[in-house]
Ligand binder design. Sequence first.
Ligand SMILES: *[C@@H]1O[C@H](CO)[C@@H](O)[C@H](O)[C@H]1NC(C)=O
Ligand SMILES: *[C@@H]1O[C@H](CO)[C@@H](O)[C@H](O)[C@H]1NC(C)=O
Ligand SMILES: *[C@@H]1O[C@H](CO)[C@@H](O)[C@H](O)[C@H]1NC(C)=O
Ligand SMILES: *[C@@H]1O[C@H](CO)[C@@H](O)[C@H](O)[C@H]1NC(C)=O
Ligand SMILES: *[C@@H]1O[C@H](CO)[C@@H](O)[C@H](O)[C@H]1NC(C)=O
Ligand SMILES: [Mn+2]
Length: 382
Amino acid sequence: MTRKMWGFIPVLNCSQLLSFCPPQSRPSVIRIATPDLRENSLQRTMSDQAFVTLATNDSYAKGAMVLGQSLRKHNTTKKLVALIGPHVAEPCRDALGSIFDEVCVVDVVDSGDVAHLALMKRPDLGVTFTKLHCWTLTHYSKCVFMDADTLVLSNIDELFEREELSAAPDPGWPDCFNSGVFVFRPSNETHEKLLAFCGEKGSFDGGDQGVLNSFFNTWATADISKHLPFIYNLSSVSIYSYLPAFKEYGRNAKVVHFLGKVKPWNYSYDAQKGEVRGHALTPDQGQLHPDYLLLWWQLYSKSVMPVLQQAYGETPFNSGLTEESENGQLQEDVSAQPEASAPPPQKVSSEVRKQRWEAGQIDYMGDDSFANIERKLDSFLK
Ligand SMILES: *[C@@H]1O[C@H](CO)[C@@H](O)[C@H](O)[C@H]1NC(C)=O
Ligand SMILES: *[C@@H]1O[C@H](CO)[C@@H](O)[C@H](O)[C@H]1NC(C)=O
Ligand SMILES: *[C@@H]1O[C@H](CO)[C@@H](O)[C@H](O)[C@H]1NC(C)=O
Ligand SMILES: *[C@@H]1O[C@H](CO)[C@@H](O)[C@H](O)[C@H]1NC(C)=O
Ligand SMILES: *[C@@H]1O[C@H](CO)[C@@H](O)[C@H](O)[C@H]1NC(C)=O
Ligand SMILES: [Mn+2]
């Protein structure tokens, strides 16, 4: 396989691609206190620094929970903050509250000021306004923002040694940083400037990455210490498109980013067998690396499911977990899974399975033993 993305260095500057955007706006915020669901959170994290993530719906909230538990699992000493939109269901908020130190509802629509007007003109930028809100977390001196579709593979607290605005290059356009993981300093002044900037200049990509690259437009040239190594944004998609680099550097991966339209929560998981059930993929939907996908589901079923079960109580919810009954039929969440009725997969060796994956023939029903896969993952985790 050849170098697909690394051989090409574009010349255009990001800020050359601006369009229009709504006027200055400020979303309203309600902070939810959920102290009863957490134990010892004060003892656990004595820090004025925080990891911050964002979920505007229940699916992304699940991703945020897995991300939060992956940070906890690797013993972060930082606080965890989730920004959520008003549409996240109550039990999901409670579940987030038991994993995160702070859950903030950011309601752009409800704010009754310019933010509302801005949103009427550009409804597509609603999520961007919600994300920019992270700059108002001024009770922290420094934060690291992480997308809800990322997963941490080791302790990454060392990121807090970096300055605003540090981020990893976007492999699709390496002179732009990727806004999925970035270091920033909360500041109401910066927040207002960002909103004003957005009002004047807009977002060249219709989202936060465009706004942030235009605003922090010296990132590509001014200070190389603000360039995070690519291991902080290892995407399944780029693993796949540059496999030799993954084989060389993959063991150092610290953050996995599940890119593309199909997210881990679009699959389902058989916890008994330790198998991820396939989502019928078309080639343009991208390929998620089976090992990382499995790691996500293991963490979900072990550390997130119990929290969700407690939050939902008797109320049924879409867990994504499947169970087989005596007659071999899947009980839950399988209506959209064509593989469920397919004949049982044949056993294939890890090596064969890997070769198939590398050749683009991904067997999500793969029958590798749980122990083997776990050993392999352990080797990634050092
Ligand atoms: C869920 O929220 C995320 C951002 O938090 C957004 O990118 C995504 O499009 C939303 N999905 C749906 C189905 O609304
Ligand atoms: C986190 O801390 C616990 C308890 O102190 C320890 O057992 C565990 O090995 C640590 N985990 C990592 C990934 O360092
Ligand atoms: C990571 O890199 C991909 C390209 O491989 C980019 O599209 C994505 O937005 C980046 N995500 C993060 C979290 O930096
Ligand atoms: C920033 O603004 C928020 C709300 O608008 C306020 O509560 C906070 O005290 C401000 N922070 C500073 C450092 O002025
Ligand atoms: C993934 O799941 C979410 C909600 O569960 C759904 O809104 C979205 O359309 C799904 N995406 C794909 C590509 O199937
Ligand atoms: Mn993402």
